[in-house]
Design a binder for this molecule. Structure first.
Ligand SMILES: *Cc1c(COP(=O)(O)O)cnc(C)c1O
Length: 393
């Protein structure tokens, strides 16, 4: 068997996103013990930098070992106990997954469902909070990666304050690519993942808990049923004074995340958010010129993931994606569940969100379209994107 050398790929799918060479270099740094005082310093740095991207002063801000789903599971399994009423917004794959985890914890998931691509309106949450009290938590997906929909958080956060309910938010495809304001909006529990807008390999799930969430944790009637994700135990490892062994930290991933967060800090969040905005607008303009329209309504489209409907004149969307990968080395995503075969999901996350990548993808798509006959005005996509760039700055 030969050693593996990865082919060149342009990662424009729903994750993982491109990783900066500095992050890859950090990962190849020699190991030190996970209780070494130097390593504990690295963990402090991670906490400081994570608080900046989460825009919070929450002392409990950590990186859970595992991918985004580990963050999701940690959030739910610690807060929800058997019999708890939990309102969950469902407009795609991840809301559905959250409801499943809530039910596995014995919670009563009160589903607020809207068609995929739409977002949850505050009014429908208010209605349930009025009649089903007490509700332990409201759970929302900020950026629904399966549909490209951008869920407004603030109005629902205000409702949660009013009804003294916790707010749990999935920020897996938003953190580091668009504003996530934990303190200002009033989010109690929020988790993310490293391989999306933080541009790090998959393997850690940033997580932050407010004081309100911590008191709920302390007041649990029963111990957390998951030992690995029990935050009251994990807290002793992350607490600056203690650093007691719970499980071995994934050391190389912690190195990687520290470097990825340093890169974000150097760019600055406002610049990073406008970069994501501009590139997604240019891509959407280009795709629309090719006859592909975004699934979510105009004011609800994510700047980190563009989800477009594949028009009827493209009869084999899977073949187009396969050709993008084989001939151009470009990865984009297809649809999940009911959207399988109907949409393309193009991630412009972190390092992947660049003007060059947008133009490269549009160019490759047009070339495929010209050859297969569904692009009739060559250059229309590039022209629309170029126009956005020329006026957008
Ligand atoms: C990717 C994703 C997850 C799950 O993360 P994994 O790293 O795949 O476990 C959860 N929520 C959303 C919104 C996601 O996009």
């Amino acid at each position: 068997m030969q050693s593996f050398l990865a082919p060149q790929r342009l990662l424009l799918g729903p994750g993982p996103s491109a990783v900066h060479p500095r992050v890859l270099r950090a990962m190849s740094t020699a190991l030190i013990g996970h209780l070494d005082p130097i390593f504990l310093g690295i963990m402090n740095d991670i906490q400081t930098l994570l608080r900046r991207v989460f825009a919070t002063t929450n002392p409990f801000t950590i990186a859970v070992s595992g991918t985004g789903s580990a963050g999701m599971e940690a959030a739910i399994v610690n807060i929800i106990e058997p019999g708890d009423h939990v309102v969950v917004g469902i407009n795609g794959v991840f809301g559905t997954r959250l409801a499943t985890i809530i039910e596995r914890c014995g919670g009563n998931a009160i589903r607020v469902e809207v068609p995929w691509g739409q977002v949850i309106e505050p009014g429908s949450i208010a209605e349930i909070l009025q009649r089903s009290s007490p509700v332990k938590a409201v759970v929302l997906v900020h950026a629904e990666t399966s549909t490209g929909a951008w869920q407004p958080i603030e109005p629902i956060a205000a409702l949660c304050r009013e009804y003294d309910t916790l707010l749990i938010v999935d920020a897996v495809t938003s953190l580091g690519g668009m504003p996530v304001e934990i303190d200002q909006w009033g989010i109690d529990v929020c988790y993310s993942a490293t391989q999306k807008c933080l541009s790090c390999p998959p393997g850690l799930a940033p997580l932050t808990l407010s004081q309100r969430a911590l008191s709920v944790l302390k007041a649990r009637r029963s111990p957390c049923p998951s030992w690995y994700f029990d935050l009251s135990l994990i807290a002793d490892y992350w607490a600056e004074q203690r650093r007691a062994y719970h499980h071995t930290a994934p050391i190389s991933m912690i190195y990687a995340l520290r470097e990825a967060l340093r890169l974000i800090d150097e760019e600055g969040l406002p610049a990073r958010f406008s970069r994501h905005q501009l590139n997604s607008r240019a891509l959407i303009a280009g795709l629309m010129a090719l006859g592909l329209s975004p699934l979510p309504p105009p004011d609800r489209q994510l700047p980190t993931l563009v989800c477009v409907t594949v028009p009827a004149h493209i009869d084999n969307e899977e073949a187009v994606r396969a050709e993008l990968l084989r001939r151009f080395g470009i990865e984009i995503g297809g649809g999940l569940g009911p959207l399988k075969g109907k949409v393309w999901r193009i991630g412009l996350m972190g390092e992947s969100s660049t003007e060059a990548n947008v133009l490269t993808l549009l160019n490759a798509l047009e070339e495929i379209g010209i050859r297969s006959g569904w692009v009739s005005t060559p250059g229309a996509g590039l022209q629309a994107a170029a126009h956005t760039y020329s006026v957008g700055r």
